[in-house]
Design a protein around this ligand. Structure first.
Ligand code: AQP
Length: 344
Protein backbone atom coordinates (compact mmCIF):
# COMPACT_ATOMS: atom_id res chain seq x y z
CA UNK A 1 0.00 0.00 0.00
CA UNK A 2 1.50 3.42 -0.87
CA UNK A 3 2.30 5.67 2.09
CA UNK A 4 0.20 8.84 2.42
CA UNK A 5 2.25 11.91 1.47
CA UNK A 6 3.83 13.61 4.45
CA UNK A 7 6.56 16.25 4.76
CA UNK A 8 8.99 16.59 7.67
CA UNK A 9 11.95 18.91 7.97
CA UNK A 10 13.89 20.62 10.73
CA UNK A 11 16.46 23.25 11.56
CA UNK A 12 18.93 23.23 14.44
CA UNK A 13 18.87 26.13 16.90
CA UNK A 14 22.66 26.02 16.91
CA UNK A 15 23.50 29.51 15.65
CA UNK A 16 22.01 32.57 14.02
CA UNK A 17 19.84 31.66 11.05
CA UNK A 18 21.14 32.76 7.67
CA UNK A 19 20.12 33.21 4.06
CA UNK A 20 21.15 29.61 3.22
CA UNK A 21 18.73 28.24 5.83
CA UNK A 22 16.01 30.49 4.43
CA UNK A 23 16.45 29.80 0.71
CA UNK A 24 17.55 26.16 1.02
CA UNK A 25 14.89 25.21 3.55
CA UNK A 26 12.41 27.60 5.25
CA UNK A 27 11.15 29.41 2.14
CA UNK A 28 10.56 26.11 0.43
CA UNK A 29 8.59 24.76 3.40
CA UNK A 30 5.82 27.32 2.91
CA UNK A 31 4.14 26.23 -0.37
CA UNK A 32 4.32 22.56 0.65
CA UNK A 33 1.71 23.29 3.33
CA UNK A 34 -0.96 23.48 0.63
CA UNK A 35 -0.11 20.10 -0.85
CA UNK A 36 1.00 17.87 2.03
CA UNK A 37 0.55 17.16 5.74
CA UNK A 38 3.61 19.01 7.00
CA UNK A 39 5.62 18.73 10.21
CA UNK A 40 8.31 21.36 10.83
CA UNK A 41 10.58 20.89 13.77
CA UNK A 42 13.14 22.90 15.69
CA UNK A 43 15.69 20.15 16.24
CA UNK A 44 17.10 21.14 19.62
CA UNK A 45 18.35 17.61 20.37
CA UNK A 46 20.51 17.80 17.25
CA UNK A 47 21.85 21.17 18.36
CA UNK A 48 23.35 19.76 21.58
CA UNK A 49 25.61 17.39 19.62
CA UNK A 50 27.96 20.36 19.91
CA UNK A 51 28.08 22.47 23.10
CA UNK A 52 25.27 25.02 23.49
CA UNK A 53 24.94 27.46 26.36
CA UNK A 54 21.49 26.61 27.80
CA UNK A 55 20.23 30.22 27.60
CA UNK A 56 21.45 30.51 23.98
CA UNK A 57 19.76 27.24 23.07
CA UNK A 58 16.44 28.55 24.42
CA UNK A 59 16.77 31.90 22.65
CA UNK A 60 17.67 30.27 19.35
CA UNK A 61 14.83 27.77 19.66
CA UNK A 62 12.47 30.74 19.83
CA UNK A 63 14.27 32.35 16.90
CA UNK A 64 13.93 29.32 14.62
CA UNK A 65 10.23 29.06 15.49
CA UNK A 66 9.88 32.79 14.86
CA UNK A 67 11.58 32.43 11.47
CA UNK A 68 9.13 29.67 10.54
CA UNK A 69 6.14 31.82 11.45
CA UNK A 70 7.55 35.01 9.90
CA UNK A 71 8.22 33.17 6.62
CA UNK A 72 4.57 32.11 6.40
CA UNK A 73 4.28 28.72 8.09
CA UNK A 74 0.77 28.44 9.46
CA UNK A 75 0.49 26.54 12.76
CA UNK A 76 -3.11 25.65 11.89
CA UNK A 77 -2.02 23.91 8.70
CA UNK A 78 1.37 22.54 9.78
CA UNK A 79 2.62 20.96 12.97
CA UNK A 80 5.38 23.19 14.38
CA UNK A 81 7.23 22.04 17.50
CA UNK A 82 10.63 21.51 19.09
CA UNK A 83 12.01 18.00 18.98
CA UNK A 84 12.81 17.50 22.69
CA UNK A 85 9.11 17.76 23.59
CA UNK A 86 8.42 14.43 21.88
CA UNK A 87 10.52 11.75 23.58
CA UNK A 88 9.81 9.16 20.88
CA UNK A 89 12.45 10.84 18.65
CA UNK A 90 15.15 9.73 21.09
CA UNK A 91 13.62 6.29 21.54
CA UNK A 92 13.48 5.54 17.82
CA UNK A 93 17.00 6.94 17.36
CA UNK A 94 18.22 4.26 19.79
CA UNK A 95 16.54 1.53 17.74
CA UNK A 96 18.17 2.98 14.62
CA UNK A 97 21.56 3.11 16.35
CA UNK A 98 21.18 -0.65 16.48
CA UNK A 99 20.13 -0.89 12.82
CA UNK A 100 22.70 1.46 11.26
CA UNK A 101 26.26 0.19 10.80
CA UNK A 102 29.40 1.92 12.07
CA UNK A 103 30.79 1.94 8.53
CA UNK A 104 27.75 3.86 7.22
CA UNK A 105 28.16 6.53 9.88
CA UNK A 106 31.91 6.79 9.41
CA UNK A 107 31.36 7.77 5.77
CA UNK A 108 29.29 10.88 6.60
CA UNK A 109 31.14 13.89 5.23
CA UNK A 110 29.36 16.32 7.58
CA UNK A 111 30.73 14.41 10.59
CA UNK A 112 34.21 14.47 9.08
CA UNK A 113 33.94 18.22 8.40
CA UNK A 114 32.59 19.05 11.86
CA UNK A 115 34.92 16.72 13.76
CA UNK A 116 37.96 17.74 11.71
CA UNK A 117 41.20 16.62 13.32
CA UNK A 118 39.43 16.46 16.67
CA UNK A 119 37.39 13.29 16.05
CA UNK A 120 38.44 11.57 19.31
CA UNK A 121 37.12 14.49 21.28
CA UNK A 122 33.72 15.24 19.76
CA UNK A 123 30.52 13.94 21.34
CA UNK A 124 29.19 10.48 20.59
CA UNK A 125 25.96 12.30 19.67
CA UNK A 126 27.68 14.08 16.78
CA UNK A 127 28.69 10.72 15.32
CA UNK A 128 25.15 9.31 15.78
CA UNK A 129 23.49 12.52 14.46
CA UNK A 130 22.23 10.93 11.19
CA UNK A 131 20.53 8.17 13.15
CA UNK A 132 18.51 10.75 15.14
CA UNK A 133 17.72 12.52 11.87
CA UNK A 134 16.43 9.24 10.41
CA UNK A 135 14.28 8.84 13.53
CA UNK A 136 12.84 12.37 13.15
CA UNK A 137 11.80 11.57 9.61
CA UNK A 138 10.64 7.97 9.91
CA UNK A 139 8.81 8.38 13.24
CA UNK A 140 6.10 10.07 11.17
CA UNK A 141 6.51 7.77 8.13
CA UNK A 142 7.57 10.85 6.18
CA UNK A 143 7.56 10.51 2.40
CA UNK A 144 9.16 13.85 1.41
CA UNK A 145 11.91 15.90 3.08
CA UNK A 146 12.72 19.39 1.76
CA UNK A 147 16.35 20.23 2.58
CA UNK A 148 19.41 21.97 1.19
CA UNK A 149 21.96 20.07 -0.86
CA UNK A 150 24.26 19.54 2.17
CA UNK A 151 21.75 17.13 3.73
CA UNK A 152 21.58 14.77 0.74
CA UNK A 153 23.98 12.20 2.19
CA UNK A 154 22.09 12.09 5.49
CA UNK A 155 18.86 11.44 3.60
CA UNK A 156 20.47 8.60 1.69
CA UNK A 157 21.41 7.12 5.05
CA UNK A 158 17.81 7.53 6.23
CA UNK A 159 16.72 5.50 3.20
CA UNK A 160 19.32 2.82 4.02
CA UNK A 161 18.14 2.62 7.63
CA UNK A 162 14.48 2.34 6.55
CA UNK A 163 15.33 -0.38 4.02
CA UNK A 164 17.41 -2.37 6.53
CA UNK A 165 14.72 -2.12 9.23
CA UNK A 166 12.05 -3.23 6.73
CA UNK A 167 14.26 -6.14 5.68
CA UNK A 168 15.54 -7.26 9.11
CA UNK A 169 12.09 -7.15 10.69
CA UNK A 170 10.06 -8.22 7.63
CA UNK A 171 8.63 -11.35 9.28
CA UNK A 172 7.66 -9.43 12.42
CA UNK A 173 6.16 -6.61 10.33
CA UNK A 174 4.05 -9.10 8.35
CA UNK A 175 3.06 -11.03 11.51
CA UNK A 176 1.60 -7.83 12.90
CA UNK A 177 -0.66 -7.42 9.90
CA UNK A 178 1.28 -4.68 8.10
CA UNK A 179 0.96 -4.97 4.38
CA UNK A 180 4.50 -4.59 2.92
CA UNK A 181 7.21 -2.32 4.31
CA UNK A 182 6.77 -0.57 7.66
CA UNK A 183 8.78 2.53 6.78
CA UNK A 184 8.61 4.44 3.47
CA UNK A 185 11.78 5.06 1.47
CA UNK A 186 11.76 8.83 1.84
CA UNK A 187 12.34 11.17 -1.10
CA UNK A 188 14.66 14.15 -0.61
CA UNK A 189 13.21 17.33 -2.11
CA UNK A 190 16.21 19.41 -3.14
CA UNK A 191 14.93 21.86 -5.72
CA UNK A 192 15.22 25.47 -6.85
CA UNK A 193 18.04 27.83 -7.75
CA UNK A 194 19.60 28.09 -4.25
CA UNK A 195 19.92 24.61 -2.77
CA UNK A 196 23.49 25.44 -1.74
CA UNK A 197 24.01 29.10 -0.87
CA UNK A 198 27.71 29.87 -0.63
CA UNK A 199 29.71 32.24 1.57
CA UNK A 200 29.78 35.81 0.25
CA UNK A 201 33.55 35.84 0.79
CA UNK A 202 34.35 32.47 -0.81
CA UNK A 203 32.13 30.97 -3.51
CA UNK A 204 33.50 27.49 -2.85
CA UNK A 205 32.45 27.40 0.83
CA UNK A 206 28.90 26.84 2.11
CA UNK A 207 27.22 29.71 3.94
CA UNK A 208 26.97 28.30 7.45
CA UNK A 209 25.81 29.17 10.98
CA UNK A 210 29.12 28.04 12.37
CA UNK A 211 31.32 30.02 9.94
CA UNK A 212 33.10 32.45 12.21
CA UNK A 213 35.70 33.36 9.57
CA UNK A 214 34.08 36.67 8.61
CA UNK A 215 31.01 38.68 9.59
CA UNK A 216 30.75 39.68 5.93
CA UNK A 217 30.46 36.08 4.65
CA UNK A 218 26.93 35.47 5.93
CA UNK A 219 23.62 37.29 5.66
CA UNK A 220 21.70 36.62 8.87
CA UNK A 221 17.91 36.65 8.90
CA UNK A 222 17.98 39.21 11.71
CA UNK A 223 20.36 41.56 9.83
CA UNK A 224 19.03 45.07 9.27
CA UNK A 225 18.81 46.71 5.84
CA UNK A 226 22.18 48.44 6.20
CA UNK A 227 24.00 45.23 7.07
CA UNK A 228 22.38 43.31 4.20
CA UNK A 229 23.25 46.05 1.70
CA UNK A 230 26.83 46.36 2.95
CA UNK A 231 27.43 42.60 2.82
CA UNK A 232 26.08 42.27 -0.72
CA UNK A 233 28.03 45.30 -1.98
CA UNK A 234 31.25 43.90 -0.47
CA UNK A 235 30.61 40.33 -1.68
CA UNK A 236 33.53 38.82 -3.54
CA UNK A 237 33.02 38.82 -7.32
CA UNK A 238 35.09 38.75 -10.49
CA UNK A 239 35.61 41.62 -12.94
CA UNK A 240 33.54 40.14 -15.82
CA UNK A 241 29.98 41.25 -16.63
CA UNK A 242 27.22 38.71 -16.06
CA UNK A 243 26.74 36.19 -18.88
CA UNK A 244 23.41 35.92 -20.69
CA UNK A 245 23.14 32.15 -20.16
CA UNK A 246 23.61 29.85 -17.16
CA UNK A 247 26.46 28.01 -18.89
CA UNK A 248 28.53 31.20 -18.61
CA UNK A 249 28.41 30.92 -14.80
CA UNK A 250 30.42 27.69 -14.79
CA UNK A 251 33.82 28.31 -13.16
CA UNK A 252 32.50 31.59 -11.72
CA UNK A 253 31.35 30.41 -8.25
CA UNK A 254 30.83 33.86 -6.71
CA UNK A 255 28.80 35.15 -9.67
CA UNK A 256 26.79 31.90 -9.77
CA UNK A 257 26.05 32.25 -6.06
CA UNK A 258 24.73 35.82 -6.31
CA UNK A 259 22.60 35.02 -9.37
CA UNK A 260 21.19 31.93 -7.61
CA UNK A 261 20.34 34.03 -4.54
CA UNK A 262 18.59 36.62 -6.74
CA UNK A 263 16.58 33.94 -8.57
CA UNK A 264 15.49 32.25 -5.33
CA UNK A 265 14.52 35.53 -3.63
CA UNK A 266 12.56 36.65 -6.70
CA UNK A 267 10.91 33.23 -7.19
CA UNK A 268 12.28 32.96 -10.69
CA UNK A 269 14.94 31.01 -12.59
CA UNK A 270 18.63 31.64 -13.16
CA UNK A 271 17.95 31.95 -16.91
CA UNK A 272 15.32 34.63 -16.30
CA UNK A 273 17.74 36.62 -14.10
CA UNK A 274 20.45 36.39 -16.74
CA UNK A 275 18.12 37.41 -19.52
CA UNK A 276 17.50 40.62 -17.51
CA UNK A 277 21.06 41.27 -16.26
CA UNK A 278 23.28 39.49 -18.85
CA UNK A 279 25.98 41.88 -20.07
CA UNK A 280 25.68 44.11 -16.96
CA UNK A 281 28.45 44.43 -14.40
CA UNK A 282 28.20 43.93 -10.63
CA UNK A 283 27.96 47.70 -10.20
CA UNK A 284 24.39 47.34 -11.48
CA UNK A 285 23.58 43.84 -10.28
CA UNK A 286 24.66 44.14 -6.64
CA UNK A 287 22.46 47.15 -5.78
CA UNK A 288 19.49 45.42 -7.44
CA UNK A 289 20.17 42.27 -5.43
CA UNK A 290 20.57 44.26 -2.20
CA UNK A 291 17.24 46.02 -2.79
CA UNK A 292 15.50 42.72 -3.47
CA UNK A 293 17.05 41.04 -0.41
CA UNK A 294 16.04 43.93 1.87
CA UNK A 295 12.48 43.93 0.51
CA UNK A 296 12.08 40.17 1.14
CA UNK A 297 14.02 39.77 4.39
CA UNK A 298 13.26 43.12 6.06
CA UNK A 299 9.59 42.47 6.92
CA UNK A 300 10.41 38.95 8.09
CA UNK A 301 13.17 40.19 10.38
CA UNK A 302 10.73 42.72 11.86
CA UNK A 303 8.17 39.98 12.50
CA UNK A 304 10.83 37.72 14.04
CA UNK A 305 11.85 40.52 16.39
CA UNK A 306 8.21 41.08 17.39
CA UNK A 307 7.68 37.38 18.09
CA UNK A 308 10.84 36.79 20.13
CA UNK A 309 10.31 39.97 22.17
CA UNK A 310 7.34 38.27 23.83
CA UNK A 311 7.72 34.52 23.29
CA UNK A 312 4.29 33.59 24.72
CA UNK A 313 2.86 33.18 21.23
CA UNK A 314 5.77 30.99 20.13
CA UNK A 315 5.54 28.86 23.27
CA UNK A 316 1.84 28.25 22.61
CA UNK A 317 2.55 27.23 19.00
CA UNK A 318 5.34 24.83 20.07
CA UNK A 319 3.22 23.30 22.84
CA UNK A 320 0.24 22.74 20.57
CA UNK A 321 2.50 21.38 17.80
CA UNK A 322 4.19 18.99 20.22
CA UNK A 323 0.79 17.71 21.44
CA UNK A 324 -0.25 16.97 17.85
CA UNK A 325 3.11 15.42 16.93
CA UNK A 326 3.04 13.22 20.04
CA UNK A 327 -0.27 11.64 19.03
CA UNK A 328 1.29 10.46 15.74
CA UNK A 329 4.60 9.53 17.37
CA UNK A 330 3.05 7.48 20.19
CA UNK A 331 0.95 5.45 17.78
CA UNK A 332 3.85 4.59 15.50
CA UNK A 333 6.31 4.00 18.35
CA UNK A 334 3.90 1.53 19.98
CA UNK A 335 3.88 -0.44 16.71
CA UNK A 336 7.67 -0.22 16.39
CA UNK A 337 8.19 -1.54 19.96
CA UNK A 338 5.98 -4.46 19.06
CA UNK A 339 7.79 -5.14 15.78
CA UNK A 340 11.18 -5.10 17.53
CA UNK A 341 9.90 -7.48 20.23
CA UNK A 342 9.85 -5.25 23.29
CA UNK A 343 7.41 -6.55 25.94
CA UNK A 344 4.92 -4.07 27.35
N1 AQP B 1 24.26 27.29 2.70
C1 AQP B 1 23.11 26.66 2.58
N2 AQP B 1 22.42 26.68 1.42
C2 AQP B 1 21.22 26.03 1.31
N3 AQP B 1 20.65 25.36 2.32
C3 AQP B 1 21.31 25.33 3.50
N4 AQP B 1 21.02 24.77 4.70
C4 AQP B 1 22.01 25.04 5.57
N5 AQP B 1 22.96 25.78 4.98
C5 AQP B 1 22.56 25.98 3.69
C6 AQP B 1 19.81 24.02 4.95
O1 AQP B 1 19.20 24.57 6.12
C7 AQP B 1 18.52 23.50 6.81
C8 AQP B 1 18.87 23.52 8.27
O2 AQP B 1 20.20 23.22 8.48
P1 AQP B 1 20.68 22.70 9.90
O3 AQP B 1 20.20 23.59 10.95
O4 AQP B 1 20.36 21.28 10.08
O5 AQP B 1 22.21 22.84 9.82
P2 AQP B 1 23.24 22.61 8.69
O6 AQP B 1 22.71 21.91 7.51
O7 AQP B 1 24.43 21.97 9.32
O8 AQP B 1 23.47 24.10 8.27
P3 AQP B 1 24.22 25.31 8.88
O9 AQP B 1 23.25 26.41 8.98
O10 AQP B 1 25.40 25.54 8.06
O11 AQP B 1 24.65 24.95 10.34
P4 AQP B 1 26.03 24.52 10.92
O12 AQP B 1 26.98 25.66 10.71
O13 AQP B 1 25.71 24.28 12.36
O14 AQP B 1 26.48 23.30 10.19
C9 AQP B 1 18.89 22.20 6.10
O15 AQP B 1 17.83 21.85 5.23
C10 AQP B 1 20.11 22.58 5.32
O16 AQP B 1 20.26 21.78 4.17
Amino acid sequence: MPFPKRVFSGIQPSGDLHLGNYLGAIKRFVPLQDEFDCIYCVVDMHAITVWQEPEDLKRRTYEVAAAYLAAGLDPKKSIIFNQSQVAEHAELAWVFNCVARMGWMARMTQFKDKAGKNSENVSLGLFAYPSLMAADILLYKTTHVPVGEDQKQHLELTRDIAAKFNHDFSASIAARGHDGDYFPITEPVITGPATRVMSLRDGTKKMSKSDSSSEMATIYLMDDADAITKKIKKAKTDPEPLPSEAKGLEARPEAANLVGIYAALADTTIDAVLSQYGGQGFGVFKPALAELAVSVLGPQAAEMRRLVADPGEIEAVLRDGADRARVLAEKNMAEIRDIVGFVR
